[in-house]
Design a protein around this ligand. Sequence first.
Ligand code: HEM
Length: 223
Amino acid sequence: MNKKQMILRTPLPDRMCHWAMVVCFALVSLSGLSWVFPSLNWLNGVFGTPQMARLLHPFFGVAVFVALVYLFVRFVKYNLFVKEDLIWVRNVKSVMEGDHSTPLRIGKYNAGQKFLFWGIMTLITLLLVTGLMIWRAYFAHLVPIPLLRIAMFLHSFAGVSLMLLIIGHVYLAFWVKGSIRGMVTGYVTRKWARTHHDRWYQEISATKPSSPEAAQQQPENAR
Ligand code: HEM
């Protein structure tokens, strides 16, 4: 389909940040898992050698945090809860059954995506704080041992929780056909926008209702 008839959902810098973060997150998660679960010890080769994994895991972890701070700044305004989110929550069963007959007044992101957004941001902050505390090369010697133990536990707990959350995120991204294309090319079809994010679509169309180019000139708050 011609790009002119489609809607820009995610601009290039945001997409680049998202995918760079996905690569870093995969490396950090796999190396982290190799230390938490002995049966997965073989995963510590993801950075080349186990020594490199020890060295690079924290730096890549900080990179994930920095990328998420960027995404936070860019996306927070679309992820604030509004009263209309209750309609999605009440109809979550029909959403899961793929029934889109009731208008759900969904903005750029639905309530489920908003919960996920805040979950990711909370867990990554916990990972950063506890990760810095247990970072042997720089900070661990400043932290009393009992506190180190707690930080180590919380770090592993937050890491595994975030991975589970991301597995759900990836599953849903594939389940809603057209979402991945939105995050790869930046564009979604009008039908996709109308079906999954009706209020967002109306807001965009309100700028220039009849023109397919309307989407190209969306107001900043609709992007
Ligand atoms: C292969 C892995 C991944 C895939 C396929 C994927 C896919 C996607 C897609 C398609 C969207 C856009 C959804 C939409 O336009 O409605 C999105 C948004 C997003 N993704 Fe991912 N993602 C992956 C991994 C990750 C990871 C590892 C993180 C963070 C640790 C993450 C954080 C986010 C965030 C924060 C958003 C914005 C959602 C919002 O603002 O509510 N993603 N992802």
